[in-house]
Structure formats: C-alpha cells, structure tokens
Write a protein that binds this ligand. Structure first.
Ligand code: CU
Length: 128
C-alpha cells in the first residue's frame, strides 16, 4: 500500500523532493533568430509547460522582433494569442540581443518578426 508518506520517502530515495515548488521545475527554452540561409526562428515551433520561459537570441547583425501582436502582423493569422492574453512585443532585438518571456497561460501562440514576416519569419509556441 502506498500512503502519502511512503510515496514521499520513495521520492526522497531518488533525490526528489515531493515539496518541490512548480517554479523550481520551470525551464528556459532557447530560440535562435536566424538570418541564414533564411530569415527564420529556429526551432520554428517550441512546446513548453506553463511557467516555462522562452528566450530568443539574435546572434546576427540584422534586427529582428518577437511580436505576439495581431495588430502589428501583416497577416493577423500569423500572430495568434489564447483568449484573454494581452499582446506583447520585444521591439527591435539587435545583434547579441535577447528577449525572454515566461508563458503562464496554456494554449497555442503564433508570432512574427515584423521585419521579416513576409519572408516566412513566423514562429509558434505551444504551452501545455
Ligand atoms: Cu527578422
């Protein structure tokens, strides 16, 4: 029989604390803003858990944006937010610049680089 205490002891035996808070397990997922061979977010789709952070990095000398805002997308279908989530936007991310966002609301998010949306620089974040 597994009562709560036995289960906690079992976890402890494996070095896991049953009392570990959710934030301690949150992770950061990296996305690179690529200019070569094409203007792309890489990976184009990332799947994270609620509470995780996505960090975009621009290693190149062309500015990009991370724009989760249908009002700023050329095609509104390329920038989609789950119901109730406010739009957000990195603004211009220059060479060696980064932008991070912690996702707390589950759902599928689509975003664009406003400079290169028409070249296919579109990404998806799935928060499960
Ligand atoms: Cu771009």
């Amino acid at each position: 029989m597994f009562d709560r205490r036995t289960f906690a002891q079992l976890l402890a035996a494996f070095g896991v604390s049953a009392a570990m808070p959710a934030w301690a397990q949150a992770k950061t997922v990296d996305v690179t803003m690529k200019q070569s061979p094409k203007m792309r977010f890489l990976p184009e789709t990332v799947t994270v858990k609620a509470g995780d952070t996505v960090k975009w990095t621009n290693p190149y000398n062309i500015s990009h944006t991370v724009t989760f805002d249908p009002a700023k997308a050329a095609d509104k279908a390329n920038a989609v937010l789950p119901a109730g989530v406010e739009p957000f936007d990195s603004g211009a991310v220059e060479e060696e610049g980064t932008f991070s966002h912690t996702f707390t609301v589950k759902g599928t998010y689509k975003y664009v680089c406003v400079y290169h949306e028409n070249m296919g620089m579109i990404g998806t974040v799935i928060v499960s």
